[in-house]
Design a protein around this ligand. Structure first.
Ligand SMILES: CC(C)(COP(=O)(O)OP(=O)(O)OC[C@H]1O[C@@H](n2cnc3c(N)ncnc32)[C@H](O)[C@@H]1OP(=O)(O)O)[C@@H](O)C(=O)NCCC(=O)NCCS
Length: 319
């Protein structure tokens, strides 16, 4: 026993910044950003706290699932950029949507949604909970250095959510972690402890882009191959791949190496950039609401991110 997806939701900040907008604040241009990454524009939480966006995504998923917040047994939020370090973003969402169930965050950066799915599957296996809400929400705009053209053009802010009920639609799942803070990291608050001896690092996300690029392509290929095999399927039987949206070139390289048809790969990077944990639930919600998926479709989800973490799974669409 694991889960079935009952409903999906998403929400975006109102502020849209195009590549041309960014070229006014750092030495970059639309041609470089679009050819190297596939990104044309992104949303920024400029006017609203992340918890507002996350709560709207949660409410949309509840409505799509046809249940009330009071029906929830658990809220899991995948985030690395909540309004507070504590309380968790999950607790703030719980209060905003007027739920009363337990709530906690999962921290696995861009892989957070897949990690949260596996945590939820464990709760359903225990048979204790009937309805679980997962919200993925990130405002990477708070973590990046807006003077660093190598990183500030890549990310965007958004929230996506799914409501899960007990079922058998998770056919396989794989998580990995390779602890390494040099490839990609964002420091925590340092405070003003007068006894602190540890040198302070710059307070922004830093990244080795080329190292992550190579890691990402092989992780995506290995993980998708593993979860498809574990599900007892072949790659041809997968109807859609929902890959993490970090760079269109990463997605295309993995797609070519895996020899899967290009039109099976869903993308939204052009409009939203890398939305961290939200990439995949945002793709799910767009596809659900546009009627792209039909009952029984087999979806392969694959993500990678800071940690370094990776995760992939195969889900049967049963809505
Ligand atoms: C970041 C990334 C787009 C950079 O692309 P790249 O082709 O590797 O580019 P490089 O870093 O080699 O930089 C090439 C040149 O472009 C310049 N450059 C970097 N950012 C630029 C920008 N926004 N605009 C214009 N030029 C830029 C660099 O300074 C460098 O100039 P130089 O050759 O004069 O030194 C790419 O490596 C990537 O997507 N990596 C994965 C990152 C990722 O997925 N992170 C999130 C993980 S969840």
């Amino acid at each position: 026993m694991n889960f079935s997806i009952l409903g999906t939701g998403s929400a975006l900040p109102v502020c849209i910044k195009t590549n041309d907008d960014l070229s006014k604040i750092v030495d970059t241009n639309d041609e470089w950003i679009s050819t190297r990454t596939g990104i044309k524009e992104r949303r920024i939480c400029g006017e609203e706290p992340l918890s507002d966006i996350a709560s709207v995504a949660a409410s949309n998923a509840l409505e799509n699932a046809g249940i009330n917040a009071a029906d929830l047994d658990l809220i899991i939020c995948a985030t690395i950029s909540g309004d507070y370090i504590t309380p968790s973003l999950a607790c703030i969402i719980q209060s905003k949507i007027k739920a009363t169930c337990p709530a906690f965050d999962v921290s696995a950066a861009c892989t957070g949604f897949i990690y949260a799915l596996d945590v939820a599957a464990g709760y359903f296996a225990r048979g204790k909970f009937k309805k679980i809400l997962i919200v993925a929400a990130d405002a990477m705009s708070k973590l990046i250095d807006w003077k660093d053209r190598a990183t500030c053009v890549l990310f965007g802010d958004a929230a996506g959510a799914v409501v899960l009920t007990a079922g058998d639609d998770l056919l396989s799942i794989k998580l990995t972690a390779t602890g390494d803070a040099t490839a990609l990291s964002a420091p925590n608050v340092t405070g003003n402890c007068p006894f602190g001896q540890i040198p302070q690092t710059q307070p922004y996300l830093s990244m080795n882009g080329q190292e992550i690029y190579k890691f990402a392509v092989s992780a995506m290929c290995n993980d998708i191959t593993d979860v498809v095999n574990e599900a007892g399927l072949t790659k041809d039987q997968i109807d859609y791949v929902l890959p993490h949206q970090a760079n269109i070139r990463i997605i295309e390289a993995a797609q070519k190496r895996l020899k899967m048809a290009k039109d099976k790969y869903l993308t939204n990077i052009k409009s939203y950039g890398n939305t961290s944990a939200v990439s995949i639930p945002l793709l799910l919600d767009d596809a659900n609401r546009s009627g792209k998926f039909k009952k029984g479709d087999l979806l392969a989800l694959s993500a990678f991110g800071a940690g370094l973490t990776t995760g992939a799974c195969v889900i049967r669409w049963n809505k």
